[in-house]
Design a protein around this ligand. Structure first.
Ligand code: FAD
Length: 399
């Protein structure tokens, strides 16, 4: 495996580093450093527009539609630098999910209408896949779309829809045929969130924040021209979407950043007459997490080295989501242990810029408990880790 960076790759890394150091607005960087999961959407949109103007708005899209044409190693370098510089995560639903689907399967009119507003950060999207009875068994979904002239009439509901309350558009899987095998009766529809009959209701998660929603569809008329590709072929486009972001899913850069911060905080906080960082039990668990993180990073690099050598990624790709999310959760738990009793009284509004009460603990404790509680879900969303293990057992180990 050849994973050393060559001179060209090092020069590319320096260019990326320089751009991020000079163009990322300080207030956006600071907010991302403190609370990476709670960056306000106006910050994300502003940053997306800066990336767009640099030509880096959607690195994974085809070059003629706004992509960068970077190879796998350049994308890896970019992601690592991006996360190390405390840049906010790009909204995944437009750039990483529906954007590539529209690029690959959309009509010219759909490309014309949607891709520009996504890459410029003007329109936000959300993902309407899960339903109350259909999560892991997604293909059992029942939200119905029945043709009526030039429209579909949609009835049903979606759940756990992240950011639906500030999304302009939703991409949905809907049932268009009930007579066939469940995967063969699904279509992929794009809906304007302002269409009459769509109602969004909040779900407050255990971190105390509004991030998740239920979305209800009551006789919603959606033009048939908003369907992606063929009717009843939605499962194919959905699988393409899920498989699209493979190497970024492990969040290696973000976890590395977290390790640095954890060491700083645990070096300040006191326990048993010394710092938390000096405690044997803490050090040993931190080392375990660091080793696991290194293993995930090397797995990711192995995949990239294979791609660079023109070979398809092997079975190791399937382990990235499991390994990456487990490391993230271990680090969040250690962070809570490091700040000890300051984690207990966390007020849900402590991240609110309008809050005028002083923080209960030192500034560096702000947002840590929220992050821990929110990311408890990392092993559930994007296909739960149990389901990923099932896929590995079946597709890789042939059990
Ligand atoms: C924070 C968060 C954000 C989300 N955002 C979105 C979003 O934006 N859009 C969207 O469409 N969805 C979203 N989801 C939904 C997410 O995709 C589902 O929660 C996930 O697919 C699991 O489905 P479920 O909740 O119905 O659990 P179930 O499918 O009911 O599973 C319950 C438990 O049983 C286990 N299980 C189920 N089947 C098997 C099996 N065959 N083998 C072994 N174990 C199994 C699961 O791993 C899980 O532990 C989000 C979820 C969360 C928590």
């Amino acid at each position: 495996m050849d994973i050393a960076f060559n001179a060209e790759e090092l020069a590319f890394r320096d260019d990326v580093r320089e751009f991020l150091a000079t163009k990322l607005p300080r207030e956006i960087q600071e907010r991302t450093r403190i609370a990476p999961s709670y960056v306000p959407s106006d910050y994300t949109r502003r940053w997306q527009n800066i990336l767009y103007r640099q030509g880096w708005g959607a690195p994974n899209w085809p070059v003629d539609l706004g992509g960068t044409g970077w190879n796998a190693m350049q994308k890896y370098i970019y992601d690592a630098e991006y996360q190390a510089a405390d840049c906010p995560r790009q909204s995944p639903f437009g750039i990483s999910m529906v954007g590539p689907v529209i690029c690959a399967f959309g009509t010219d009119a759909q490309k014309e209408h949607h891709l520009g507003p996504i890459i410029r950060g003007e329109k936000q999207w959300c993902q309407g896949y899960s339903e109350p009875g259909s999560g892991s068994d997604l293909a059992s979904l029942v939200t119905r779309a029945i043709p009526d002239g030039d429209d579909y009439v949609v009835n049903g509901s979606k759940i756990w829809t992240s950011h639906a309350h500030h999304a302009d558009w939703i991409f949905c899987l809907v049932r268009t045929n009930t007579e066939v095998k469940k995967q063969e009766g699904i279509s992929f529809l794009l809906m304007d969130m302002t269409t009459p009959g769509i109602t969004v209701k909040p779900i407050i998660s255990m971190d105390g924040h509004h991030y998740l929603n239920e979305v209800f569809f009551d006789d919603v008329h959606v033009p048939i021209s908003n369907r992606i590709g063929e009717e009843n072929k939605g499962w194919t486009y959905a699988k393409f979407l899920l498989g699209h972001e493979r190497t970024g899913i492990a969040g290696v850069g973000k976890s590395k950043r977290k390790v640095e911060r954890l060491k700083q905080i645990a070096g300040i906080e006191r326990a048993d007459g010394g710092s938390v960082l000096e405690k044997d039990s803490f050090r040993s668990r931190l080392s375990e997490a660091e080793v696991a993180l290194q293993a995930v990073e090397f797995t990711q690099l192995r995949i990239l080295a294979q791609e660079r050598a023109g070979k398809p990624p092997g079975p190791e790709a399937s382990t990235l989501k499991i390994g990456g999310t487990q490391v993230e959760q271990s680090l969040n738990e250690l962070m809570i242990e490091a700040i000890g009793h300051y984690a207990a009284p966390y007020p849900a509004d402590e991240l609110d810029p309008e809050r005028n009460e002083p923080p209960i603990g030192p500034d560096y404790t702000i947002g840590l408990m929220q992050e821990r509680l929110l990311r408890r879900a990392a092993t559930i969303y994007g296909g739960s880790n149990e389901i990923q293990r099932g896929i590995i057992a079946k597709a890789v180990l042939e059990m």
